[in-house]
Design a protein. Structure first.
Length: 131
């Protein structure tokens, strides 16, 4: 429960502003104009993010409003799997079922898988081969 007295939750707008501050900093440091949300079924997450931005009245959302990179789609195309655990296994990564479905574990695995899949495709193109 977000309002539980032992859970030090921040108000939604403050939490988003803290996150967006860090994202904007990374966008500037990497000479970009927008951040792209990366996630597993990212369209779902981007919808929640955009709704929260609208609900809180935040004017400067650093994320692109409709573009995201989705590991479920990449996994389906590159590895023939769309479930996060199965993509990880198909990519040769270990999957800890006991840790799965915690936000931190799933986010880390999604990030690692995204990098692995994109880097594997980029290495094919750098080698001069075309899939």
């Amino acid at each position: 429960m977000p309002d539980h007295p032992l859970r030090p939750a921040l108000p939604e707008k403050e939490a988003l502003q803290r996150i967006f501050r860090e994202v904007r900093k990374a966008v500037r440091e990497n000479d970009c104009t927008r951040a792209i949300l990366v996630g597993h079924n990212s369209f779902f997450d981007l919808g929640f993010l955009n709704a929260a931005v609208e609900r809180t009245g935040i004017k400067r959302n650093p994320f692109h409003p409709f573009t995201s990179f989705d590991t479920a789609t990449l996994g389906g195309v590159l590895l023939g799997q769309t479930v996060l655990s199965r993509i990880a296994e198909a990519a040769g990564m270990e999957w800890d079922s006991a840790s799965a479905h915690s936000a931190a574990y799933d986010a880390e695995m999604t990030a690692d898988l995204f990098c692995r899949m994109v880097n594997s495709v980029q290495s094919v193109y750098r080698s001069g081969l075309r899939p």
